[in-house]
Design a protein around this ligand. Structure first.
Ligand code: PEP
Ligand code: MG
Length: 322
């Protein structure tokens, strides 16, 4: 098994019938890039920048962030790197920000909501990213987008910082794609409208599942409801992919589901373009996809989307892929 994987390390990812997808890695720090490259990652599909902000007593400076982003981009060369802007709140607390305690932190003041309200935190991160963009293939992604206004506002702030840097003679890449995480059902439902304005989507199933099923991702007593293969989740994923493809945009997935061996055949059939997962899942996923016919998976799509329960979906996939 290990040998099969090693051989595939520098290969692109094709299904048995020759359809290509991209397999990328999720990282939290610049040191994680080795793991992605050593495991055959074709890009970084999610750089969780929270770690720069956590475990310290004050905000990281713009320069400190710039160095981290530049290091990741340089190590990845031409390969795409999707950097997610700060996603604090929810389960990720920053002691020095002194945010008020909330009854429902996962439904509260977090991620883009916090950043749009605290431009003194958001703008330095965007400047650091723009300055680093000259060193690789950067894509910027905003987390927890619930409305089009949030996306427009975040993008306007990004463009404002870009103009200011360019006016100062700083080199900034001219083709940075700007996309969003789809992890709130409202955004998945109106993906068609979003698809006209974003450059890409990345589906964050860790949160999308908890918000769709109204089941806290950390609460064991309701974990039976945390169902990645629930037809509601699959239909939302399908809505997002169809909407994006109609506008010629690409769709990735960076939640745990992207590396799951039951989910992979389904996602291939739904037309997912990029799968981003923990580094150690990349080669097993590539091996699995090489043995799957995309055409066949596409032919099961309508039947799967019409199923009533997650259990039926799992049974069906097991039967069809054994
Ligand atoms: C997600 O919600 O699926 C995701 C990738 O983000 P995080 O796990 O960091 O909330
Ligand atoms: Mg999330």
């Amino acid at each position: 098994q290990q040998e099969v994987w090693a051989k595939l390390k520098d290969e692109p990812t094709f299904s048995s019938d020759g359809e290509q997808v991209e397999l990328a890695g999720n990282i939290g720090t610049p040191d994680d890039v080795h793991g992605v490259l050593n495991n055959g990652g074709e890009g970084v599909g999610l750089y969780r920048t929270e770690f720069l902000y956590m475990g310290k007593s004050e905000l990281p400076s713009e320069d400190e962030q710039y160095e981290a982003y530049k290091s990741v981009l340089e190590q990845m060369g031409d390969k795409p790197v999707v950097v997610r802007t700060l996603d604090v709140g929810g389960d990720k607390e920053l002691s020095y920000l002194d945010l008020p305690k909330e009854m429902n932190p996962f439904l509260g003041y977090r991620a883009i909501r916090f950043c749009l309200d605290n431009e003194q935190v958001f703008r330095p991160q965007l400047r650091a990213l723009l300055r680093a963009s000259a060193f690789g293939n950067l894509k910027i992604m905003f987390p927890m987008i619930a409305t089009l206004e949030e996306f427009r506002q975040a993008k306007a702030i990004l463009l404002d910082e870009k103009e200011a840097l360019v006016a100062d003679g700083v080199k900034v890449s001219d083709d940075i794609e700007v996309g969003i995480m789809v992890e709130i059902p409202s955004t998945a439902v109106i993906a068609k409208q979003f698809a006209k304005e974003v450059d890409f989507f990345s589906i964050g199933t860790n949160d999308l599942i908890q918000y769709t099923m109204a089941a806290d991702r950390m609460n064991e007593q309701v974990s039976y409801l945390y169902q990645p293969y629930h037809p509601a989740i699959l239909n939302l994923v399908n809505t997002v992919i169809e909407a994006a493809h109609k506008e010629g945009k690409w769709v990735g997935m960076c939640g745990e589901m992207a590396g799951d061996s039951i989910a992979i055949p389904i996602l291939l059939g739904l037309g997912l373009d990029e799968f981003s997962m923990s580094a150690t899942s990349i080669l097993p996923a590539r091996t699995q996809i090489r043995n799957l016919s995309k055409e066949k998976m596409v032919s099961y799509k309508e039947e799967i989307l019409a199923m009533g329960t997650a259990e039926e979906v799992v049974e069906f996939i097991k039967e069809k892929t054994e």
